[in-house]
Every structure is written in C-alpha cells, then in structure tokens.
Design a protein around this ligand. Structure first.
Ligand code: CA
Length: 480
C-alpha cells in the first residue's frame, strides 16, 4: 500500500491521541499539518480506515468499551476482583484512578470524523462518485454519533433520570487544536447531536453489506437504540422497523436455531451477511491481542469474565434455550459466554466483535412497542427471538409485559456490552445476588457493590484526571 501524506497524518494524530493524557495531546506540528485539506475521496477512505483501526483497539471496541457495561451489571462478573475486568466489576475507580482510554479513544474517533467532515463536501467529484462520497460521509457521521453516544452513556447520567438536564460530555464538531478547552454540554444536548448525526448518516449511507464498515441498517438500529435511551419510543419503533425491513432486503437474516451456537465464528460476506449489521473485523495479521474480548471470555485465554450464578439460573429456566449452548464451562467452576468465536483458521484473540446485530433491532422494536401499549406489535417482534431460542416456545400477546421483553433482551444480548446501561436507562436496579450452583461452583460475587440504581454516583465514570488537569473548563462528575 502506498502511503499518502494524509494517511500518515491520520495515523500520527491517532497514535498521539490514543496514548496521551491531555486534551487529545495534539502537537503543534499536527495542528499545522492539518491546515492541508483532504483533496480526494481515497484520502477520506484512508482516514476512515484509521478510525476503524482505532475502534479495533482492545481498549476500545475489541474489549474495554464493550465489557464495561457487562461486568458492572448483574449478568456477568469478573472471575475474581483481581482480574482485568475486576476494577469495573468492583467499582474500583476514583477521580485519581479513573481510566482515560474510554475518553481518549472515543474523542480520537470523533477528531478523525471531524477532519473528514471538514473537507468532504469541498472535494471535486464526478457524478458517478456521488454515492461513494455520500457513503463515506455517512460513515463519518455514524461513527461520530456512535462515539458521542458512548461518551454520553459512560460519563453522563441516564437521559430519563432528569430529562437530560445533567452534564454529558463536550460536543466537539470542529477539528480540535492544542488550544481547545471544550466544556461539557448537557445530556439532552448530547442526545440532540447524536441523533442529528445518526439521522443524517442514514440518509447518506449505503444500504448494502460492507465488510467491517457501518452501513445504513446498522446506523438505523443504533438510532433506534438511542431513541429508546431517550424515551422516544415512537421514533425507536419506527427506526427499528425500518432497519429490519431494509436489512432483510439486503439479505440479512436472523441466525436460525441450528446456526446459533456457531454462527458467531462465521466470516460474513455480501452473499451471506448473517445477522451482524456491524462488527469489528479482527484478523490474525491485524489482531487486538490478548486484551480482546475473545481472549478475556475464554478459559483458554485470560478467563477473565464469566456469567453470574443468577444469570445461569435465569437462562436455564428453559433447559431447551439454544443460548445455553453458547456457555462454555471451565470444569464445574465457571461458565463463559462463547460469543467471541474466532473465524476459521484464527486464534481466539482474533475473534470479530459484533457491535450491532439484527436481533437487537427486533428487541428494540418489541421494547418500544410494549412501552407504547401496542402489545400486538411487541409480540410480533419478540416472537422471532423467542422462537429462535426455543421453537417450542411462543409469545403470549395478552399477557406480554415490558419485563418479559427486557428479560429476553438480557438473555439475548449478554456479553455484548448492554446490561448495566439497559438497567439504568429504564430506571431499574442492578441486583447482584450471592447464589451457588454445582455446575459453576467457584462462581462467587467478590464485591461489596451488590445493589444500585441510577442514584449511585459510580454508574458514570469520573472525567479522567489528565483531562481535569489540562482543561480548566472541565467539570468533574458529582461524588468524585
Ligand atoms: Ca476474525
């Protein structure tokens, strides 16, 4: 591959931004270099590849950004509090020890997107390049929306706690310089910006399968999730329905009961896209290494995080539930979620990371519909998930409750980075219970944080110390 100066530029700021502890830690030379604008669509694609590469980091979407919300919930836990995931599981973070990577990596992604969005409309293109240009612009908008959404739910309290009145994070839409000292916007303002980016992205993105790249149906499903978090159930349902219909036309389909236990290791393609709408593609030649979900979730790896006894009991209420087949047992000690399966010929470190699945679109639609009081629609969208898990099961429309939908959601999405957020955004309580089971006899809770709701100050992370020290406009989260 021939490296253009722009590609090198993209890599240099990413490298700088991801290891620093200052506001993006921009060097003066970086700021000067960025005065040069991007001239061609191929430069944009190179820059986007740099952003996807940042997303692939094990401290971003190949690991930490995903497992954070699982091990802070009640369905998964660190195998012990001394494990890598133990710090989050046991809420061992303070204003001085809070992790900086969530913040730095997500803002590095946003910075990359801003660089693209600053220049893309000024690029001279021929008529037949318009769809390609729109797709690239849609990717930058969708990734910026995703990154801001993650920042907002990591550092800001749930929207529905106070209708977004509390502090979220800075909304950064311009290319940052070393002089930038952004201040925090409210959660409501963050949601407005997230929704604006994602809405626009869905009008620009390609509707086709693109290996490892975000497309229209992934962005639309994410948007339905964002609307659920904001309590706009009408829009959530509308987006989820549109995503399901569009994804079907693009040949996506829910995995079948038979496929389910091993489909996670499939190498998707445009002829057989399966049900993963957006995934991080990891390869042996381009691997996130041992801090990855694949390695953390396996007893052949760091055996770092496992399911809780209470979740095991929940799942085995139906002994025929296919999702039980995804549990991999380490003797009779622990059970791991085997969703991070390597693709053919790869090591467990190289497993792809499914970030947005078609199953979620069905669950989003069902949740939105039941909240709107439309049980028939809710049942219609919940049924394919329930019947896939066990073809003998049915959804009883007349007695269907929100709790049923949320229970199905936790069974379906365990280990995919949803649980703590899902409880908190609905104003629920995480209840960790000390139980025992012979099948996973060494699985025990090892923390004093056994029950909490959105009034617990540590359900959001502290603003990183480096950011607080470098930026006089920054305000710390309450309690830290
Ligand atoms: Ca892979």
């Amino acid at each position: 591959m021939k490296l253009t100066p722009y590609f090198l530029l993209g890599l240099s700021w990413l490298a700088v931004a991801s290891c620093g502890n200052d506001w993006l830690d921009l060097e003066p030379s970086t700021a000067v270099e960025t005065e040069k604008s991007i001239k061609q669509l191929s430069d944009i694609e190179f820059s986007l590849n740099g952003i996807y590469s940042t997303m692939q980091d094990p401290y971003a979407y190949s690991g930490r950004l995903v497992y954070y919300a699982d091990v802070t919930g009640d369905d998964m836990q660190a195998v012990s509090s001394t494990k890598r995931t133990g710090g989050y599981y046991d809420f061992r973070f303070s204003r001085d020890t809070g992790p900086s990577t969530h913040w730095n990596l997500l803002y590095a992604m946003i910075q990359g997107c801003n660089l693209i969005l600053k220049d893309i409309d000024a690029i001279n293109i021929s008529d037949d390049e318009a769809a390609y240009r729109d797709d690239l612009k849609g990717e930058a908008l969708a990734i910026r929306g995703l990154a801001l959404f993650d920042l907002t739910r990591i550092f800001g309290y749930p929207y529905l706690k106070d209708q977004g009145a509390s502090l979220g994070v800075p909304i950064v839409t311009e290319f940052s310089t070393i002089e930038s000292r952004p201040s925090r916007h409210t959660v409501a303002q963050c949601y407005e910006a997230i929704i604006a980016d994602l809405e626009q992205s869905t009008t620009l993105l390609s509707s086709k399968f693109k290996k490892g790249k975000i497309n229209r149906w992934a962005a639309m499903t994410l948007l339905s999730r964002v609307y659920l978090y904001k309590g706009d159930d009408t829009k959530a349902l509308q987006c989820a329905e549109e995503a399901i219909q569009g994804a079907k036309k693009a040949k996506y389909a829910l995995w079948s009961n038979e496929e389910y236990p091993t489909a996670w290791g499939n190498d998707s393609s445009s002829s057989k896209p399966g049900e993963v709408l957006f995934e991080i593609v990891n390869l042996t030649t381009d691997s996130p290494g041992k801090e990855s979900m694949g390695y953390l979730n396996s007893y052949n790896g760091y055996d770092d995080m496992c399911i809780t006894v209470s979740f095991y009991h929940l799942l085995k209420e139906d002994p025929a539930d296919v999702r039980l087949k995804l549990l991999s047992f380490d003797k009779t000690y622990y059970a791991y979620v085997n969703k991070y399966q390597p693709q053919e010929g790869e090591n467990i470190t190289d497993a792809n990371i499914p970030l947005i699945r078609l199953s979620e679109a069905y669950l989003n639609a069902a949740e939105a519909a039941v909240k709107l009081g439309d049980k028939a629609t809710a049942a219609a969208y919940l049924t394919p998930i329930v019947e896939r898990a066990n073809p003998a099961r049915t959804v009883e429309e007349s007695t269907l409750t929100l709790d049923d939908v949320l229970t199905e959601r936790r069974k379906e999405l365990v280990g995919e980075g949803h649980r703590m957020y899902d409880v908190m955004r609905n104003g629920g309580t995480v209840k960790r219970v000390q139980l025992s089971d012979k099948a996973i006899s060494k699985t025990k809770h090892d923390t004093k944080y056994m029950e909490y709701d959105w009034n617990f100050y540590q359900i959001v992370l502290p603003i990183p110390k480096g950011e607080m020290n470098a930026n006089p406009n920054m305000v710390q989260n309450p309690g830290y």
